[in-house]
Design a protein around this ligand. Sequence first.
Ligand code: GLU
Length: 447
Amino acid sequence: MANIVEKYIELAKKRNPGEPEFHQTVEEVLTSIEPVLEAHPEYIESGLIERLIEPERGISFRVVWTDDNGKTHVNRGYRYEFNSALGPYKGGLRFAPNVYPGIIKFLGFEQIFKNSLTGLPIGGGKGGADFDPNGKSDAEIMRFCQAFMTELYRHIGPNTDVPAGDLGVGAREIGYLFGQYKRIVNRYEGVLTGKGLSFGGLAGRTEATGYGIVFFAREMLKHCGEELKGKTVAISGFGNVTWGTAQKLNELGAKVVTISGPDGYIYDEDGVSGDKVDYLLELRASGKNICAPYAEKYPNAKFFPGKKPWEVKADLYIPCATQNEIHLEDAKTMVANGCKFLCEGSNMPTTNEAISYLMENGVIVGPSKAANAGGVACSCIEMGQNAGHTVFSPAQVYEQLETIMVNIHKHAAEACEKYGLGYNLVAGANIAGFEKVAEAMMAQGLV
Ligand code: GLU
């Protein structure tokens, strides 16, 4: 079976040259599901894996907009509609200068399994543009979003493909994108999630991903006979995910000692709590140089320019910034510092080499596609809220979110157990996510 899996990994590399992020996730997922493929030869016979690694549709388009000085700019927009076996394509839009097909395909592929793990009826997709929102005026952001939607609208719809935010796309961008969609199609419908509360958004969506990550981490610890209360936690990033994660960690009695930005990281021995957590929102709005202003405002905190928080001693590590922020050298430092738990907040923050090293050294790893699925789960609840022309209360949302996260952990733990892999959540999440998609794809025939 190893040979067959290797063949598909090679095929993905050959068909998608120069896209290492996509190769990385295909390798991680396919290696994990080997035992399932052994138990189901019909999957290989029906070309299921070959179909799975090929997006159902990939759209690339020109986005033309003018800046405040009247200068014309041309960006490239994307939407990869990866898999619709479980429901309409669902996944965020990322606006960042490093966006190219390899990043969107990696995120879209991950999204298939993440969405499946939520247990909700959503397929996988992802999109974005190589546009840098940093330093742009509000009017420029609006014109860019309108130009982007002027092409994207024809490919999406509440029962076809429902985008949301990701890095560089928050409530403001979703608002502009929604306004333009509505203007073009002349229909008021839940075509995007992460909307503002006044026009169909879900209460609690902003903090949902972070809260979900902490619920997942709590379940990991519980499984190992430990609790979050009193634990020291090193986290990275400063955006919405970091904010929600820090807030929930504090609420459950853990101590957050780090945050990070493009300029380095902050070590705050007193804990990032109370008004310091709210201050993260202000830092986020500023877009850059996060640590220097934090250290200025809270002089007890230490600023480590140009460094990553993985050198800090902690009981639990939660990367919340971006992909590949933990490399093998970081993993070695973490193990040397006695790390026992890593719960991935951002999408694919750990390289495959680093994950293997951590697991070989007894670290329990909670993979992002399981741990951060609370965000997209709440997006699906928002789709339901819009389709039902109703409004859910924050309490209703939080209750569903917690149940979903507990179930994701349970199903991932059961899946690895079933295949004799022990408590290996990386394999378990891939297997549990894959099993449902595979069953649906088999039932739907060769499409
Ligand atoms: N971008 C988020 C993720 O990585 C959310 C996607 C969504 O809500 O559709 O899961």
